[in-house]
Design a protein around this ligand. Sequence first.
Ligand code: SF4
Length: 1020
Amino acid sequence: MDTSIAYDVVLLPDTDRAVAYRKRVADSGCSLMGVTVAVFGVWVRDLWELYGDGRTFVSRLEREALLRAVCEGPAEGDCVDPESRKRAQLDGASGRCELAEGRIADGACALVGDSEAGVLGLDRVAAACVAAGVGLPAFDAAVRDACQGAPAGAGALEGMTCAEVPVLRIIGEYLDRLAQLGMIEPGQALALLPELLPQRPLCVLLEDAASLTPGQEAFFFACPWMEVEVRAASGSQGPVRAPEGVRVRFAFPSGQYAWPALLADIVRDALGAAAGRGAAPAAVAAAAAAEVPAAAAGPAADDDGASSCEDASGSADGYRDGRSAGAQAAAVVVAAKDPAVLFGRVAPALVRQGHVVALRGRRRFADTAFGRAICSLRRFLDEGQAGGISHIEGYGDIVPTDVERWDRADLADWALSPFSGMTRKAAFKLDADMRADRTARRSDLCARLRGDNPMFAAMERLALQLDAQAAAELEAAVRRMTNRSEAWRVEQLGALRALQRAAGAAKLAELGADAAFDQVQRLKVNVSRIVAPRGCDGAALGAPDVLMTDQNTAASLGSGSCKVLVAADLTSAAYPAADPEDASRVLLEHLGVKRADSALARMRRAFFALEHAATDQLIPERCLNDSSADPTYPCVVLEEFVDCYRDDPTATEDIDNPYSLPERLQDGMLLRGEDALCSNDALSDAPAPEAARIEPPLTGAVSSEARSLVVLPRVLQGGQVLDEPCLSPSQIESYLECPYKWFAQRRLRLDDLDEGFGPLEMGDFAHNALHSFYKHMSEDLGEAKVTPQLLPQARKLMADVFARHKALQPHLRQSENRLIPTSQVEHRELAELERKLMDYLDFEAELLPTFAPKYLEYDVACGGAVDYAGHKLLGTADRIDVDGEGRCAIIDYKGSISGSYALGVREEGRLGKVQALIYAQVVRRTLGLEPVGALYVCYGRRKMISGAYDGRVIENAHLPNMRHKDCMCADRPFSDVLDETEEAVAVALERMLAGDIRPRPETPEACKWCPVSSCSERRG
Ligand code: SF4
């Protein structure tokens, strides 16, 4: 029996199909001896290597890099209007030439004459034109004429617009550069080869072929000695009904959360319980999955079929019968838009249930661990980023400072990646150190990391200089990461090689690392995995239970290759039918170069192959809602497939339902809602076994065991530890504002890790400056009080104090709330604070003229703790002003003041702010002074006063900018107010020490800056 193939060359549309073809032929017992089975492009490359003139093929990356280099070169100015100096814009939709002022639309439009604009779009447009047009006589002639300066519309440029001609000129420049480099475009080689090839008979079969491209047509036409048979891929005309015996069931998860669980249902349904593989399910659940690259997850690994040699190369009409290789790729094949994401979500649960799951897909470079790490590090190191000037109302033009040109999160992302060579603890420490220090400089961090981290040094050299030696070091490092799965290492090495390819292309074009990183971000890396229960060698199985892959790979598996085929993500958004209308397409059409294939034809062919891949069930799947909860729409091929089962495809009533299905196709539908959150997440409806019972946390109260810790012991000056509860007035005020907010802020300390530049730091700075100012008033000027006469000297002193405090800030500890501006905006805010304090002096000169500051930053407990409201208290009053008759007013500085500071709020049944009143009561006892005012003085933009005062002692005129009627106490002794406050505080403290921390905001204002984000009592 003759088992040889009747062709010398068999050409397939892609590598997957070429491999599948070889396997099918081998399975059928036929010989491929002397037969070339390849992808068309690879075959042409081989021919060129044998018969060409020695020039090497340019790769896609090299083409794009060289075109980018041409675009970044000096502008020709051909498309610049000589009068207006505006640039011409290439309009993708209409191809017309317009004058525009620097606008670029994504990929569709390109500007000419501006190197920066060229980087964004023109090189890509030119690259698409080169790939499709070079080598075709009309295109080559147009490029030649454009380079010789022919105007648009003349000779070979007939039909071209004035914006398109410069694109052809750029292509001409690129082709010249290519020739200098000893390289050639595949299209050029295709045009030259007929002259160079030996003219001996050759039988060529184009199997599974789409329409021939104009270049292919011209090539075969010029090689009459080749006997060419084109066997068109089935399905270009659209889907057909599923083969006899294959059940069609539609799957409709209601959204992305329900889809993985529904897929798990399908797998369980198809495979039943895991039988005889590895450990028993209970043990499997506890075991980690073994993960290896899915080398065996490829098409047709087994041979249990009986296809013949003729079958393997049989007629297109007998696709199912004739093409069946009988080899099972997997029991269930899932063809998804993004199989890697789905695999990550579903595979662990399926493995726990005893199944072997494989992935064959592609991941964006930036989504691989290596890609994420190097891109983060490059963003951190790139000194050129975020360099724009912004305009802010009231501030003018703001130029970013060095600190603003890098983001701490980028370095943290790198540090937490496996490519930092750091432990998690060290990475978190680096992150915490950076965030706690506003003065951290990129150069210092780099120097520190360079010194003690060889991985950083290698990645830095690769990220900035594309250093080949660094790439080799990283490759060796990845190979040493034996604590990671082999599949993971293979994926990272793939990502590293992708970057090396992009780097090679950039170097060839004499471009920098920017260009290489721009290119590599658009690349995808092959990913493959098999995960199997422990004790089961997934790679040795040959075929996994479930294979998750993309549509094209699934389509290449061949007919009858699986039991159940799930065609997933069949929405119009995932698979749009329209070809993009871009500028390259318009330009090529103007030159008469038509596209041979279309997105719709490709989708139809793929769907046809998917339909025939299953032997038992075909499950088209569409999520009813997208991630924004908007309804989805079926893609065109799904609609066409449904129409195959309808009597009248023009009718609408029979498909007027959420599934867009006629009744006969609704039988056996697989549905799952998003509401079953837990079972969706667990990918199982089975009740989860109870591993442990955890009582819901107590909210709003501290448990009796922890109650003693509501207030921690204090260490007093001198080292004495005070065991009994000791509080500060600010803590008490915070508890009164809202007990739960107090608990979150003071006991849980939900503080930000980042060193701040906000009200807290501003307030501390202002307090310290005012304290220092008054100290120097009395020491240097011999005066305790600012008066109108002393204002000039006071201003000079304040300027001096401010400058000294500003200079002191970097020398303070972070815990001292230092105020360090790092951006222009912050520098202006600091200058604004200086202005406010300076203006405050005028206000101060009118304030309490009969009193004088006597105690500054006064420790009311004198190093120990004083009694207040039945408990111990300590704290520091900002200032105590005293008059000649032993009367005092407590002054608390504020950056801003609200209505809650006035005594009058007590008429609303609440206590309001109490800090100054508490200090007043304590001072009354410890210093023996008679308090007549507890005042909050605002040094902010609006100078004002609030609080409480004895209207019988202090004149209204001595308290400017105050709502006196809200703050005055004139109908009873001021000491009554202090006693009444103490009694109310005593009641509140009993509640606090009893563990009552229920959220109970005194006013909606309390919730405004509260760090408790999920609070049911939040108001306002
Ligand atoms: S959100 Fe409001 S009620 Fe809730 S804890 Fe914060 S301040 Fe209290």
